[in-house]
Design a protein. Structure first.
Length: 136
């Protein structure tokens, strides 16, 4: 077991990076993503307070980055490659399966799954590299 601590700066950088990546992801893929959820931008803007949504997303990203860092630090060698591996495993075991199950029962498309679940997959790989590679 690694006795090192979690690098809070790595957690902050990973979380903010993931948050910014989300802005880029959903801007670039906005039209196919909106089609996959059956909404228009106007419908979302009317139903969601953007400040609250972005704040919750950032806090959620901080939690994900911290937990990912905690798992990396507590379970073995702290390296970027191991962080990526742990991020991928956590995505497969928790995120992908959870989103996939919801999509099956909601009758949603595979394209929608890829657009929605692809963002946390890429994000967790990047965050894993940061929290794994940036030692305290």
């Amino acid at each position: 077991m690694n006795k090192g601590g979690i690098n809070i700066w790595a957690v902050l950088v990973a979380a903010v990076g993931y948050w910014l990546m989300g802005a880029a992801w959903f801007t670039i893929l906005r039209d196919p993503w909106l089609a996959s959820v059956g909404k228009t931008m106007e419908q979302l803007q009317g139903a969601v307070n953007a400040g609250v949504a972005y704040s919750i997303a950032l806090v959620s990203n901080l939690i994900i980055a911290y937990v990912l860092g905690w798992v990396v630090v507590r379970t073995g060698e702290q390296t970027a490659v191991r962080g990526i591996t742990v991020g991928a495993l956590l995505w497969v075991g928790l995120v992908g399966t959870t989103i996939g199950t919801a999509f099956i029962f909601e009758g949603r498309s595979l394209e929608g799954f890829v657009l929605t679940a692809g963002y946390p997959l890429v994000g967790m790989l990047v965050m894993g590299a940061i929290v794994g590679g940036w030692k305290k």
